[in-house]
Each structure stands twice: as C-alpha cells, then as structure tokens.
Write a protein that binds this ligand. Structure first.
Ligand code: AHG
Ligand code: MN
Ligand code: MN
Length: 320
C-alpha cells in the first residue's frame, strides 16, 4: 500500500487544503536545514554569527542559515504574504506574494545551544490568516493573533530521524522523513498525550529564582505523581518526549526572566496548539496559552505544557 505523505493534510478539516502547500514548504525547509546541520562542521558553519538577534541573544551561524532557508521556502509556496521570525526584528513581507492570505510565524532553529554538542534541535511554526484586507501590504498587527485564531501549527525535530509533527486543528499527526524516497510519511497518526506516566522537564537550576510559588508546586507534583525527570534544553525535543511519553514540560518565570523565557508567538502558541490538539493542556500561570492576546512580536510568557492531570496538579491551589 502506498505510504501516506504530507499530501494527506489536504483532506483534513476545513483548512487542510489551504494549509497543505505551506506545510509542504515547511517540509522542504526541514530537509534543507537537516542537510545544513549535518554538514555544518565541514562548512565552518558551527559557532556564533557575530550578531545579536532582536532579543539580545547571540545568533549562531546556523540560526541565520535556517532562517534564510525557511523564508525562501515560504516564498516558494506562493501562499504566504509575510513571515514573523524569532531571528528578525521586523515582520518580513514577501513582496512577490504580498496579496496572499497567510502569515507564518517561526522559530527557525530551536535549542541552538545544543548545536555544539550534536544534540537535538528543532523548528517551530504556526500559520494564521491575515486580518488586514489582502489588497494592502500585511502589517505586524496581522501576526498579533491569539492561539484561538491559529489555523495550523507544528514542529520539526532534527533527531536520529527527521520528523514533522503538525495539526490543522483536527488532531495531531507525526510524519517521519523517509530518505529512500525523500518523502515525509505518516508514522505517528493521531498522537494523544498519555494521562499516566512520563517525565517532568524543566531547568531546575533556576528553582531558587522561580516566582509564582513554582518551587512548592513542582515539589508537590513530583511527590504526587512519581514522575521521572528529563531535560534536553531544546523545547522541541522536550515537547516531543512529553507528547509521546506523557508528563509535563515547563519554563516558568523567574527573577531573571520575570515574564518567562519562551516566546509567545514562536514557541508557546504553536506548542500550546499542538498540546491541546493532542488532548493535553497548555497554561501560562492560570491562563490558557491559547487565550492570550499577543501585544508584540517578540513577547515572552511563562509556559506549562503537559497532560491535563499533571498540569492540574501543578496548578492546584492547595499548594503551600
Ligand atoms: P532558542 O534556541 O530558539 O533560543 O530556544 C531556546 C529555548 C528552548 O528551546 C528551551 O526550552 C530553552 O530555551 C532552554 O533554556 P535554558 O537553557 O535556560 O534551560
Ligand atoms: Mn526556541
Ligand atoms: Mn531559535
């Protein structure tokens, strides 16, 4: 029987047909980025680019290359009028397709501190429909839409296998790149986060700086749930394990990052969308991630993602 490929998306829900070519573009970008990652050491492309991104973080050469590849593949779809990227200060308008209906938000290379140690990294994306009329140039306000408006989202995991996990709002599917035919094939249909088992995943070295009573909340969760612990330090890898094995991933606010570290538009909303589509819960303090109305392109928020049971224990009010 012929394998199911990314074309499958066209048959899903009311937006699948419109989303399929854009997600195919993400797939092409993923294949190119994976090739660049594999050969980076030979091309002298490991290490810092020498510039800071808008968030004041050192850009790695691979952050910059991945961003260029992603933008180019979004242009090649013909359906994307603009891209908001973690690596770009301003919204990037695609002049040739300025009248198209969709905008894409992207963290082109997530977990880039893992690059020097050959650890897993990822790409995170979401797709929204523009609010402005498509006769005019898209505006940054088109990107400032809550997770309730997201039409499709997903992530790519550059691990031992190249995978894409995505949703067009009717559940979550995982596709694995098959290098023998150069296609993403459906390998993980209808992913649901398990309610039992799994791990807690957090940078616990920040525990003494956490706000929001997080230290006590996490201790209670650990005691009540008996979860094991895993932390990769790349959100895509930590999220993917949480989705498949169960448990919870969090990046709480702390004294150093009083509004959290993870970015609302490039990390929290797309991963929150996937987590909820897989039957889990995505919270930012006591507010659902998908209910937050973004105020700016590079806004950060505290993020707690996981199974409903584990998130409920973490947020239960009897913590002292
Ligand atoms: P990015 O590489 O896109 O800047 O994202 C890094 C993020 C995320 O991937 C991860 O969950 C988190 O930073 C890890 O932060 P710590 O090193 O502070 O644990
Ligand atoms: Mn990231
Ligand atoms: Mn990044």
């Amino acid at each position: 029987m012929a394998a199911v490929t990314l074309n499958n998306i066209a048959k899903q829900g009311k937006h699948g047909a419109a989303m399929m070519p854009i997600i195919q573009g993400v797939g092409r970008a993923a294949i190119e980025i994976a090739a660049v990652l594999r050969s980076a050491v030979f091309r002298g492309a490991l290490g810092q680019a020498g510039a800071e991104n808008v968030q004041g973080e050192q850009q790695q050469m691979l952050d910059v290359l991945s961003d260029e590849i992603f933008l180019d593949e979004m242009r090649s779809t013909g359906f994307v009028c603009a891209v908001g990227s973690e690596e770009q200060e301003e919204l990037l308008v695609i002049d040739e397709y300025v009248h198209s209906d969709y905008l894409v938000l992207v963290d082109p290379l997530d977990g880039s501190s893992n690059l020097d140690v050959d650890g897993p990294v990822g790409t995170i994306f979401s797709i929204v429909k523009r609010k402005t009329d498509n006769s005019i140039c898209p505006h940054v306000s088109d990107t400032l839409q809550s997770g309730q408006e997201v039409i499709a989202a997903g992530y790519v995991l550059y691990g031992p296998a190249l995978m894409m996990v995505c949703s067009v709002g009717v559940g979550v599917d995982g596709y694995t790149f098959n290098s023998s035919n150069a296609r993403f094939e459906l390998s993980h249909p209808n992913i649901r986060i398990p309610e039992s088992g799994g791990y807690y995943s957090v940078n616990e070295s920040n525990a003494d700086k956490w706000t929001d009573n997080m230290g006590a909340n996490l201790e209670r969760l650990k005691k009540e749930s008996g979860l094991g612990m895993r932390y990769v330090g790349a959100m895509v890898a930590d999220m993917h394990r949480t989705l498949i094995k169960g448990g919870i991933f969090l990046y709480p606010a702390d004294d150093k990052n009083p509004t959290g570290k993870l970015r609302l538009l490039y990390e929290a909303i797309p991963m929150g969308f996937i987590m909820e589509q897989a039957g889990g819960k995505a919270m930012s303090r006591d507010v659902a991630v998908l209910d937050i109305e973004p105020e700016s392109l590079h806004q950060r928020i505290p993020v707690y993602l996981g199974s409903k049971t584990k998130i409920n224990i973490l947020l239960s009010k009897n913590a002292k």
